[in-house]
Design a protein around this ligand. Sequence first.
Ligand code: TLP
Length: 339
Amino acid sequence: MIDLRSDTVTKPTEEMRRASYQAEVGDDVYGEDPTVRKLEEKAADMLGKESALFVTSGTQGNSIAILSHCQPGNEVLLEEESHIFLYEGASASALAGVQPRTLKGMRGAMRPEEVNAAIRPDDIHFPETDLICIENTHNKAGGAVVPLENMEQIYGIAKEKGVSVHLDGARLFNASVASGTPLHAFASNTDTVQVCLSKGLGAPVGSILAGPRSFIDKARKWRKRLGGGLRQAGVIAAPGLVALEHMVDRLQDDHDHAKLLAEGLGNISPLTVENEVETNILLVNVSDTSYNANTFLEALKEKGVLAVPFGPNTVRFVTNYGVTKHDIQLVLDKVKSVL
Ligand code: TLP
């Protein structure tokens, strides 16, 4: 099987497995796991933040961020196709008791003037706007990089109005590699940021939530409340360190493969590529074929290729380090054979 369902399907490298085996560990609830501490310090440093917290997943990191930033009954602004709004089980409402308010984005980027207009004025009738969430790269927009200038403008507005900004940077490393913008430049236009170690970087588990020290202290408590106080977690943090040290630059390969796949699929009539491929995500529209997304995926699966539906007629392919240039050629042949 050539697995293009997501970059979450990647398996830990040899080096990661060795790092797990050799990891020095301790009880992290007592703050005594040296490997976890090393990972948190390294991640904070890379993101230009004071402090960081190792969490079990991107969803947990985003949920803890919302819980730590917001008060129940207040409001959080989100892009309407953001992962937090669409794919996290409504945790903002279910756990944090906040009201999500969505804004339509342009390739995943909310318009600063609309964000400005959506921040609530002081009025007894209204919830208070506690938080703005940005997603970079934007998954549903096909791995689009939200431009640094857009983030700068939104952060400027947020600071003027006393609202916090959280970045769902599940694929921020992809945004950085694709745009040449340093990670900390994106992160400096946010109060807090969540980055995933378990996507294109290939770690088996885990994300980082980074921000000011006082915020991370609060977040650590929320993680404990949610049952996420980890004990000898160095075993799972060690692959995360390998991911940060050795797996970032190779994301360029995934981007090159996604572009190659887009070029090839774009030449196979009547398929159309919906997004301008900037990173490792490719959205293909099948509405002019005899298939819908699900039946197309079934036919492809028969041929040994996996992808996921991303709409009734849209299929998402995500390149990842388990997929080679040769695999991309095979995928193109297999797609041709089902049409
Ligand atoms: N995305 C997954 C699915 O949940 C859709 C995927 O295969 O792309 N933020 C963004 C932008 C994400 O794409 C994801 C995962 C998360 C957060 C959540 O990360 P995890 O899966 O670690 O909870």
